[in-house]
Design a protein around this ligand. Structure first.
Ligand SMILES: Cc1cc2nc3c(=O)[nH]c(=O)nc-3n(C[C@H](O)[C@H](O)[C@H](O)COP(=O)(O)OP(=O)(O)OC[C@H]3O[C@@H](n4cnc5c(N)ncnc54)[C@H](O)[C@@H]3O)c2cc1C
Length: 274
């Protein structure tokens, strides 16, 4: 059977069509789906496109940001209310990929892809998912990513998160062998808000250090309530590998990822090597 293309005009219609036919595949920016089509891994079924303008809407002027799942990396880069995410969006592919690649698709991208999802995890984002014709539900991103490989049913419509009060509290680094367009050896995002000079509610997330982006809970504990100084950074580096399960792939071995993670975490925290 040939591959068919359908167009939905509303998110409810798209979510309904996805839930009613397991052979329907959602096409967001298509940078991964179309590669599967072009390379013969996806040969039949239905590709579903969505033209609802709300899917690409951005509300980023206030303290709470909501980004439609169809927002592309290029749109993030052009948004002046999101300067803390510019380095993240710029780290994804080259200009042509960034024009197409969406936030929604990045949440599903297999390791070592998923750099934007790493940033969203450090921002404690909420993921809005619509299943069938019912109303959308909100899922914490950590739960969403944990359940992803068991098969998320439904359409991701948007993500929401609180904007960092101080852009300097949010740090991101992607480590790759080929610059500027290489695939991640790993990526690291940290949101380290301050009260006085103490870190409160530290969030640190890794990409390519487990089958999905994961929180670095040992690092968060080492930084919580401390000021960012050589002692706390030393403790954070000592805890850097807690909870990680890196894979060996064409980019790096598991061994290499473990060896260099504490070094890159230290550089992220000190701001060294930029
Ligand atoms: C040359 C190249 C370079 C790349 N470089 C990077 C990189 O540096 N970093 C990186 O993170 N990624 C990279 N990628 C991977 C990819 O481009 C990005 O992860 C991108 O964000 C995926 O988004 P998309 O909209 O293109 O996804 P699509 O290809 O449209 O979809 C990907 C998957 O997600 C599902 N999906 C998408 N949106 C939704 C939704 N709203 N609800 C439910 N399911 C959904 C689709 O059904 C599909 O299974 C690269 C890809 C290529 C081809």
């Amino acid at each position: 059977m040939p591959l068919d293309v359908r167009v939905a005009t509303s998110m409810a219609e798209a979510a309904g069509l996805l839930s009613s036919d397991q052979r329907t595949k959602f096409l967001s920016g298509g940078t991964l789906v179309m590669r599967d089509v072009n390379e013969g891994r996806l040969l039949d079924g239905t590709l579903l496109r969505l033209t609802d303008p709300a899917y690409r809407q951005m509300n980023a002027s206030g303290p709470r940001v909501e980004l439609g799942a169809g927002v592309t990396m290029a749109m993030v880069l052009n948004n002046r209310d999101l300067p803390f995410l510019h380095a993240v969006a710029r780290a994804i592919g080259g200009p042509a990929i960034r024009q197409m690649a969406t936030i929604g698709g990045n949440l599903f991208a297999e390791t070592p892809y998923g750099d934007f999802a790493v940033a969203l995890l450090a921002l404690d984002a909420q993921v809005m998912v619509q299943s069938g014709y019912g109303s959308a539900r909100t899922v914490a991103i950590e739960e969403f990513l944990g359940a992803r490989d068991r098969g998320v049913s439904g359409l991701v419509t948007a993500v929401q998160f609180a904007k960092p009060q101080n852009a300097a509290d949010f740090k991101f680094r992607k480590i790759s062998r080929v610059k500027p367009k290489g695939i991640s050896v790993m990526s690291i995002a940290a949101h380290l808000p301050n009260s006085g000079s103490r870190i409160v509610q530290a969030r640190v997330a890794y990409g390519a250090m487990a089958p999905t982006p994961v929180r670095a809970r040992g690092v968060e504990r080492a930084l919580e309530g401390k000021s960012l100084d050589s002692a706390s950074i030393h403790a954070a580096k000592a805890a850097a590998l807690e909870g990680t399960r890196p894979l060996t792939d064409a980019i790096a071995t598991e061994w290499y990822r473990r060896e260099v993670m504490p070094v890159h975490l230290g550089r992220l925290l000190t701001g060294e090597g930029r």
